[in-house]
Design a binder for this molecule. Structure first.
Ligand SMILES: *Cc1c(COP(=O)(O)O)cnc(C)c1O
Length: 463
């Protein structure tokens, strides 16, 4: 019989409060392969393992909270993207999702390119041996110093984001006696979020140069005149966590329309088109992401069709997945600290991390799943809210999820699909130390980013 540690807590479907969640899963011990990294499994003893290492061992060796990253899954996903697009296209991993030197080496070994958007990301990439020509430099306000470093290093492309930057990059390249390969980032009037895209009220954002009103055409006109620039293509990124390909369809149509106008006005066919990133992943069992080969096929067909209609040679396509590669490969391992059942509402489960290691729930109202991983349980499900240890009531990691009623302090729970935009957005709020990233592969675990220490905190505090 299942033991209930918190008899006052809400347990049954008929007493559940309003909220955004589905019915409790049939089996709380099951781990949906859609949301967990590929080598994750629950052993016969009920303990979850990843890459052949069990989570109790990981907690003992590396502490909690920790981001646990399945290296073979990361490599497999990177390869799947590269293979899906083949040799006629380029895959740039968006470093902002999660970047470390180990990740740079994996990408290099698997044949991917890399997007960076700050001097810090550029330094990380170069220091781990990514060839500069395989790096693209993004950002809406790159500093002059950052641009100079990127040009000096010889990055493969800089993605120009404003009229000022067209001039800045051209001057710096000329000063350094070189011609910099550039793409021009435009906003096509499509904004995509998860299942929907909006084709109006779209250009109201800080990125890119609007296609509307002829601004993008004017940017191309100016860039083509500058000796320091080699304009290789047009860039468009329409959003993030997208499942619906129709936003890309409209974007490709509009980008190709611009390529056609450029050909007609200047007699040049720009050789490249970058459709950005933004492909969605499963955070919960309700999400149904597409496979890289389906995405590659759809995007290639759209661009080919649009170019045929415009009588243009099909340009080389590039894409920039971040989340879709790293997101599903990691989970955050937490230890349960306190448990508060609130009658008729839900049970608050506090963990030893929170909004400092995962800001996405507070920032985007993101949905996550959670599971008890240090043991199996046959107790009844209870509606739980997983919260952190920060001084903020919005410090929520998982808004609504089911955990077993016998959950107890000291249990380990894990939140899957935290590989993207969690460590990279982590903060020191409340002087909480940022967790390590532990890579696991073939029975071996190692920290690729170590845990922050109190000495690290004090080292910065020089007052
Ligand atoms: C953020 C970003 C990406 C990656 O987005 P994902 O949702 O992680 O795939 C790609 N390109 C650009 C320009 C971006 O800003």
């Amino acid at each position: 019989m299942s033991r209930s540690a918190h008899p006052a807590g809400p347990r049954h479907a008929d007493v559940l409060p309003e909220g955004h969640y589905s019915a409790p899963p049939a089996d709380l011990n099951a781990l949906d392969p859609k949301v967990w990294a590929r080598t994750v499994a629950r052993g016969a003893d009920g303990v979850v393992t990843v890459g052949g290492v069990d989570v109790k061992t990981l907690a003992e060796q590396h502490g909690t909270p920790a981001y646990v990253l399945d290296e073979s899954d990361f490599r497999a996903r990177a390869r799947a993207w590269r293979d899906a697009f083949g040799t006629d296209a380029d895959v740039f991993y968006a470093g902002k999702a999660f970047l470390s030197r180990a990740v740079v080496r994996w990408l290099h070994e698997e044949g991917l390119n890399l997007d960076v958007c700050s001097g810090g990301e550029l330094t990380t990439a170069l220091s781990a041996g990514m060839p500069a020509e395989r790096i693209a430099f993004h950002g809406n306000n790159k500093s002059v110093a950052e641009i100079r470093r990127a040009v000096e290093a010889g990055v493969g492309r800089i993605v120009l984001d404003s009229f000022q930057e067209i001039v800045r990059v051209a001057h710096i390249a000329q000063e350094l006696g070189t011609r910099q390969r550039v793409q021009i980032r435009i906003t096509v009037g499509v904004e995509a979020h998860t299942h929907e895209f909006i084709a109006t009220a779209h250009e109201d954002q800080k990125f890119g140069i609007p296609l509307a009103g002829g601004q993008a055409a004017e940017a191309v006109r100016r860039a083509l005149q500058l000796d320091g620039l080699d304009v290789i293509g047009i860039h468009s990124h329409i959003g993030s966590q997208i499942f619906d390909m129709s936003g890309f369809e409209v974007a490709a149509h509009r980008v190709v329309g611009l390529l056609k106008d450029i050909r007609d006005e200047h007699g040049v066919e720009l050789p490249e088109i970058d459709l950005g990133g933004g492909l969605g992943i499963a955070y919960t069992s309700d999400d149904d992401p597409r496979e890289p080969h389906e995405i590659a096929k759809a995007l290639t067909e759209i661009v080919t069709r649009e170019c045929e209609a415009a009588k243009l040679r099909t340009p080389r396509i590039s894409v920039e997945p971040g989340r879709a590669i790293v997101g599903p490969t990691a989970f955050t391992l937490y230890e349960v600290g306190t448990i508060k059942p609130l009658d008729g509402l839900r049970t608050y489960v506090s963990v030893d991390g929170g909004m400092s290691d995962n800001i996405r729930t507070a920032l985007y109202d993101a949905e996550y799943s959670v599971a008890l991983v240090s043991r199996a349980s046959d107790a009844e499900p209870m509606l739980a809210r997983v919260v952190g240890k920060h001084c903020e009531s919005g410090d929520i990691v998982v808004k609504d999820a089911f955990l077993p009623t016998d959950l107890a302090p000291g249990d380990l729970i894990a939140v899957p699909a935290t590989g993207a935009y969690c460590r990279s957005m982590a903060s020191n709020y409340n002087h909480v130390l940022r967790p390590p990233v532990v890579a696991v592969r073939d029975g071996v675990s190692r920290e690729i980013v170590r845990r922050e220490t109190e000495e690290d905190l004090l080292r910065l505090d020089v007052g």
